[in-house]
Design a protein. Structure first.
Length: 263
């Protein structure tokens, strides 16, 4: 993992805005400010380019159902595209259920085409604009091969995700969301399993946990629990421990699970 202090969110090209939720670029400098990096649970899939002095890697980070902790390593150059939940299947052309809690080379999903893109990226080097341009062109080519039915499916999943993760209606039921979108609950679950990789109820749980993580150092746990839609603080703490591996108090004081070497 690259040093958090060197990672910068960069503006998205217009063509990517419906498909990518966040674009970041990083270049390591001196010693890491923090020796361990926490990767929070995330329903989104990301495409990552990492370039060192002797190789370029192009990997897909699947959805994470639980936190992972890694020793920070120095990577001279890294670009990360976090895909909009529900869009990754059209961007990658494969169901997401096989890459949950995994990091895999794009070539494992695309074969020779993935190897060719990795080779093209190695020739581009550490120019963020060129890297993003090449990735954008390739991903949009993938989208153009999708049928209207595929794109309509993605839009339905996207709409359901927004409804299930909105804090204006925390704990929104899958059945209610499916009815609002005129599909069966079973059909919605199947769509989520392919398009996001995990069931809709788990997507909502991850969204709540990410909201808690964003405010855990500034707000009281009681307030956070109520705001995120937990039954009470005990419910939130138990969920935090399951998904983050430690209690909120331990997390805040840096008492983290043992870190693993970066993938």
């Amino acid at each position: 993992m690259v040093n958090d202090d060197s990672e910068r969110v960069t503006p998205l090209p217009v063509v990517l805005r419906p498909w990518i939720s966040q674009l970041s670029a990083a270049a390591s400098g001196g010693a890491p400010a923090h020796p361990v990096r926490a990767e929070a649970p995330d329903a989104a899939t990301a495409l990552v380019v990492r370039t060192t002095s002797d190789r370029t890697e192009l990997v897909v980070m699947g959805p994470r159902t639980r936190a992972e902790y890694f020793e920070v390593s120095r990577v001279p150059f890294c670009v990360k595209m976090r895909m909009q939940p529900g869009r990754a299947q059209s961007l990658l052309g494969v169901p997401l259920r096989g890459i949950v809690d995994r990091v895999v080379p794009l070539s494992d999903l695309w074969g020779v085409a993935g190897d060719r893109l990795t080779d093209d990226l190695s020739k581009v080097g550490s120019d963020p604009t060129a890297v993003v341009g090449l990735l954008a062109a390739t991903l949009m080519d993938q989208v153009r091969t999708r049928s209207r039915h595929d794109l309509a499916r993605d839009e339905l999943v996207r709409s359901a995700t927004i409804a299930l993760t909105s804090l204006t209606s925390p704990g929104s039921q899958v059945r209610t969301t499916a009815r609002r979108l005129n599909v069966s609950e079973r059909h919605l679950r199947n769509l989520f399993t392919d398009a996001i990789g995990i069931p809709p109820k788990h997507v909502a749980r991850i969204a709540r946990m990410r909201h808690v993580l964003a405010g855990v150092s500034q707000q009281s746990l009681t307030h956070l629990a109520a705001e995120a839609g937990y039954y009470d603080q005990s419910h939130m703490t138990a969920e935090f421990r399951r998904m983050m591996g430690v209690s909120p108090g331990a997390f805040l004081t840096g008492q983290l699970p043992a870190a693993l070497p970066c993938h």
